[in-house]
Design a protein around this ligand. Structure first.
Ligand SMILES: *Cc1c(COP(=O)(O)O)cnc(C)c1O
Length: 396
């Protein structure tokens, strides 16, 4: 089995599993309790906070534990909107290709009377600082732009976008769920006011994440109750998951240069191999790209059929066509970069990691090439393309 779907989730690292188990056995108390069991858990909690803060280049007091990336995105956006509205600022800037945790939160705000500008991401999947600057108005309370896209892997010019926001006095949030642990991130150097991350995208446990909020940036609780997390998130902390997240993040950050170098070389070989398939195109920028992300569109192919046949060959991958989510619409990300519907349905996302080998990559290239020719051979749509009844979108 070759696992090439690391953007969906990652396997926990042995160090993260150890940290979770150790914490479940040794510091199972409630961190809010005064006796020794509680204090041990409290120590573990604060120790994890310190280590995570060091990885992100911020202060531990700026780290809020959440149930994952989605919650962090919701809290960042809803807080900025709520405090913005109190000052009469009800305009938010984002992009058309954000994760649904951001887009659906913005939809909710739109229904409540906020105005949302979704910037165009161009055909390479990049938003420019100039676009952001031009969109900022006097009543803009937040700019939220993802650090790296979960489907096409493009890395956005976060530091420069942050600089524009800072100059204009507008809060800047970034969904960095795909970036943290994979590319170096420094909230201080990159002018980031709020950042979301999720442990299960860097070999940590699921159901745990962080919202970083710069000192002075106000947060509103989404969950009300006890005074945990300095009143910003009620509920007894998931200390074992937090310990696992800290272990996974430290390990990822320690190895980041080595792993990114190795993984991006494999990624480039995979791109080169799949580029040889006729009527195919890489989605997203070739240069400004996550080390492990490969995303192609193949003309005349249904993404779902491709995935099923690859599964038969022992390859776990993903497609932008959203049948899994119960809708027949193609990926909003591929439409945002201007792919027409018919090719957006035929996309394939392969997300590899440091466990992937050169042999795996060659096997994937061979398998995808075979499956694409096989499916095209059976497709009436493809026959129309070959006989000229339909016009090709891509060049051969
Ligand atoms: C996975 C993901 C999320 C959601 O994170 P969860 O921890 O699963 O809630 C949000 N944004 C991006 C870009 C993601 O890839």
């Amino acid at each position: 089995m070759i696992y090439a779907d690391n953007a969906a989730t990652t396997k926990m690292s042995p160090a993260a599993v150890d940290a979770v188990l150790k914490c479940m056995n040794d510091c199972w108390g409630n961190p809010s309790s005064l006796y020794e069991h509680g204090q041990k858990a409290k120590e573990m909690l604060e120790n994890a906070r310190d280590r995570i803060a060091a990885c992100l280049d911020c202060s531990p007091r700026e780290i809020l534990f959440t149930s994952g990336g989605s919650e962090a995105d919701n809290q960042a956006i809803l807080s900025a909107a709520s405090f913005g509205a109190k000052k009469g600022k009800k305009h938010i800037i984002s992009t058309a290709f954000e994760h649904h945790a951001v887009l659906h939160t913005l939809d909710k705000l739109r229904r409540e009377g906020f105005e949302v500008t979704l910037l165009d991401v161009h055909s390479d999947g990049i938003v420019t600082p100039q676009q952001v600057e031009e969109a900022i108005r006097d009543d803009t309370c937040l700019v939220t732009i993802m650090y790296a896209n979960n489907e096409i892997g493009t890395i956005e010019p976060i530091k420069d976008i942050g600089a524009v926001c800072r100059r204009k006095g507008v809060l800047f949030h970034t969904d960095a769920v795909q970036a943290v642990g994979h590319v170096p991130v420094s909230v201080r150097e990159q002018n980031i006011d709020m950042l979301s991350l999720s442990a299960h995208k860097f070999h940590g446990p699921k159901g745990i994440g962080v919202l970083y909020a710069k000192k002075g940036v106000r947060l509103e609780p989404l969950i009300n109750g006890g005074a945990q997390e300095r009143g910003k998130r009620a509920g007894t902390e998931n200390v074992p998951a937090i310990a696992g997240m800290a272990a996974a993040l430290e390990e990822a950050c320690r190895n980041i240069d080595k792993d990114a170098g190795k993984v991006s070389a494999l990624r480039d070989r995979l791109i080169e191999g799949l580029d040889n398939i006729p009527y195919s195109e890489l989605n997203g920028s070739r240069e400004s790209r996550l080390p492990g992300n490969v995303n192609f569109c193949f003309e005349g192919i249904e993404g779902e059929s491709l995935l099923l046949l690859l599964d038969d060959k022992g390859i776990c991958a993903s497609s932008g066509s959203a049948c899994t989510s119960g809708s027949l619409d193609p990926s909003h990300v591929l439409l945002a970069i201007g792919r027409p519907h018919e090719v957006a349905h035929g996309s394939l996302r392969l997300t590899i990691d440091a466990q992937t080998t050169a042999e795996d990559v060659e096997y994937i290239i061979r398998s995808v090439s075979e499956v694409v020719s096989y499916l095209r051979g059976m497709s009436p749509f493809w026959r129309d393309l070959m006989t000229g009844k339909r016009i090709h979108v891509f060049k051969e």
